[in-house]
Design a protein around this ligand. Structure first.
Ligand code: DGY
Length: 325
């Protein structure tokens, strides 16, 4: 009998085709609830489960699971308790690299969209309130010459820096997570002399745009809280394309309401798909439904990578993109 794969919701064809060539594939029509997922993983009917970031693979579930591997269809894997997987002899894989540029594009889109009030401007036109050019209609802010602060300096932060430099922004960053070891001159590579590494407090206080690019874990949960928001410039804008819980969303709503900061561009939310009360009513926000990686080629490539990981794990090999050792 070949390998047996469980796919918790349909993924693009290139991934499914690879799995089908390697064994027997069960694709659930929609994401299972936690109990059902647990039962399926514990059934012994599957070698590898291909999960989404909404599948909660926590320690209780993993301790019952009879699986060789969990292949996450995402670069982020905060939905998986990797230590528990390791303790239970379960390999974990992810899909790094392929969504870097697409996600950085969305970070830039949010920077430009908030600075130039794109959602408000679009609404004005659609609602029939555009009566012709006016000297003071929908004034926003330039991005060139302004400071982009990157919280973290991994792949997506670097791709965002590259783009922002092209827009004439000054780019500073603090390593991830705050307090982590500094990025060495060697690691700065192409960015030497172009971006500056600063302490976390300077990042928060100097940024006109503070863009979050750290993984979600216990150190980074609510990294952006009331204290951080109060230290930001009153004209500053917060951008989050990473994970919602890195920002205390209730504190953000309060800060946007009372003018502590000027705006926010968010592709992720603390309790997706729910929004913190009041967030949707605030005009100074651009809100997207977690679409950082949502291009046809990127999602296909994610499907291919997650399938390659899954096949390797099912066959007892180390996957090309292994998360646990
Ligand atoms: C990821 O891969 O972690 C994104 O959030 C979804 O593509």
């Amino acid at each position: 009998m070949g390998s047996r794969f469980l796919v918790t919701t349909p993924v693009p064809a290139p991934g499914l085709e690879l799995l089908e060539a390697a064994g027997q594939v069960t694709v659930l029509p929609e994401l299972p609830d936690y109990e059902t997922l647990g039962e399926l993983c514990a059934s012994g009917d599957y070698d590898v489960v291909l999960t989404q970031l909404r599948d909660q693979m926590d320690a209780p579930l993993l301790s019952q699971a009879r699986l060789r591997g969990v292949s996450n269809y995402a670069v982020g894997y905060n939905n998986i308790d990797v230590d528990a997987a390791t303790a239970n002899g379960i390999m974990v894989g992810n899909t790094p690299g392929v969504l870097t540029d697409a996600t950085a594009d969305i970070a830039l889109l949010l920077i430009l969209g908030t600075a130039r009030r794109v959602v408000e401007a679009d609404r004005l036109v659609r609602e029939g309130n555009f009566h012709g050019w006016e000297p003071e209609l929908m004034l926003g802010h330039d991005v060139s010459g302004r400071v982009l602060g990157l919280a973290g300096f991994g792949r997506i932060a670097r791709a965002t820096a590259r783009r922002a430099l092209g827009f004439g922004m000054e780019v500073i960053f603090a390593p991830r997570p705050p307090g982590d070891r500094p990025v060495s001159d060697e690691e700065l590579g192409e960015f030497t002399g172009k971006v500056r590494q600063v302490p976390w407090t300077e990042l928060v206080e100097r940024s006109d745009f503070l863009s979050v690019h750290v993984p979600l874990n216990e150190q980074t949960r609510h990294l952006v809280d009331t204290d951080v928001l109060e230290r930001m410039k009153p004209g500053a804008i917060l951008i989050n394309t990473a994970r919602g819980p890195i920002v205390d969303e209730a504190a953000l709503v309060e800060a946007l309401r009372n003018g502590t900061i000027a705006g926010a561009g968010l592709d992720v939310f603390e309790d997706e798909p729910r929004l913190a009360p009041g967030l949707a009513e605030l005009p100074n926000t651009v809100l997207l439904p977690h679409v950082g990686s949502a291009t046809v080629p990127v999602r296909s490539e994610m499907a291919r990578l997650s399938a390659l990981n899954a096949v390797a794990m099912a066959e007892g090999r180390i996957p090309p993109h292994a998360v646990n050792p």
